[in-house]
Design a protein around this ligand. Structure first.
Ligand code: NDP
Ligand code: OXD
Length: 313
């Protein structure tokens, strides 16, 4: 019985961990010779063409991340349960990223970074209170809910938007396209934690930016996208930053990754860039999570985090 590891990065740290955690399973790596009929499980990120083909006894396909858009676009995706990462470690990392960037904007940290570089001692601005800053979280799933709750703990005035209505204590929840504009109109900082699907592709575009609140205490709406680059239209973000529709943007994800050297986003003074690492899948925690799922599956218990293939997330 084999677990196949197929990654778009160095598999060695994962192989070593899985061999330790699953000594009764053969751990094989894409690119080496192995018997494809022995493969029962596949742990993958960004599989190349052919990786998922001809695995007649595959039982479960594990995404090494929370998102599964990298699998959904695979032609001829095997008809087995697709399981994504749902784990506290990843969720906590994402909420740290979201809270950190919201606080950076609240406290105008980019300005003080620049002032320090120029040895400028200047504090002549008013300091808005978190309670007066309306943060809107796109996504009421695992990551959206946790980020919304932690932002509320920091005192922000938080709302969230999802596909279906949900109750999140202390958070006003909007749902569906009918309530999107009302949600945007009360949003000073927009945080995107939606999956990339055919419905959400390109959602972060010029008309959406124009609907955001313009009367907030930060001097204009701010975008934080830590979900997927395919959700954003980068030309619209740049135009909105340049004409003042957006005050600033923090982007962890991009239409093309790695972000091309010639992208104007790298050097735009209103843009903060990070290299798609808002929430990594820590190898120790993630390999333990997947090994536990395999044990659960083999004991006849249900898998956690099974993706709805119809919805695509
Ligand atoms: P979940 O599946 O738990 O949540 C997805 C949320 O999006 C749900 O609230 C869902 O609504 C909502 N949603 C989906 N489609 C629509 C739509 N068309 N309109 C409105 N709402 C919609 O996902 P997670 O919270 O775990 O993760 C979210 C995404 O974050 C991942 O898909 C991944 O792309 C990204 N990510 C990025 C990382 C990074 O480092 N940059 C790390 C980890 C994840 P409903 O519940 O009503 O169906
Ligand atoms: C994920 C990611 O989906 O890291 O987990 O992007």
């Amino acid at each position: 019985m084999s677990l196949l590891i197929a990654l778009s990065w160095d598999p060695a740290p994962w192989v070593e961990r899985f061999r330790r955690l699953l000594p009764d399973h053969r751990i094989v790596v894409q690119g080496e010779a192995f018997d494809r009929s022995e493969v029962r499980y596949l742990a993958t990120w960004g599989p190349q063409a052919g990786t998922l083909d001809n695995l007649p006894n595959l039982e479960v396909l594990f995404s090494l991340g929370a998102g599964v858009d990298h699998l959904m676009r695979y032609p001829g995706l095997p008809d087995v349960p697709i399981v994504r990462i749902v784990q506290e470690d990843l969720t906590t990392r994402m909420s740290e990223y979201v809270v950190m960037h919201c606080l950076m904007y609240l406290r105008d940290q980019r300005r003080y970074d620049a002032q320090q570089r120029d040895k400028v001692w200047e504090d002549n601005r008013s300091q808005p209170a978190a309670r007066d800053v309306r943060v809107g979280v796109l996504g009421t799933g695992v990551l959206g809910q946790d980020a919304a709750r932690k932002l509320a703990v920091m005192g922000f005035d938080v709302a969230a938007w999802g596909r279906t209505p949900k109750a999140i204590e202390g958070i006003r929840v909007y749902a569906g396209s009918a309530e999107l504009n009302a949600f945007l109109a009360r949003t000073d900082i927009l945080v995107c934690l939606l999956p990339l699907t055919p419905e959400t592709r390109g959602l972060l575009n010029a008309p959406l930016f124009r609907t955001l609140a313009f009367n907030g205490p930060l001097g204009g709406p701010i975008l934080i996208n830590c979900a997927r680059g395919g959700l954003q239209v980068e030309a619209d973000i740049l135009a909105a930053l340049d004409d003042g529709t957006l005050k600033a943007a923090t982007l962890d994800v991009f239409e093309t990754e790695p972000l091309p050297q010639n992208s104007p986003l790298w050097t735009h003074p209103k843009v903060t860039v990070s290299p798609h690492n808002a929430a990594i899948s820590d190898p120790d925690v993630t390999s333990r999570t997947i090994a536990a799922q395999i044990r659960r599956h083999e004991a006849g218990e249900p898998l956690v985090g099974v993706v709805d293939r119809e919805r695509g997330y």
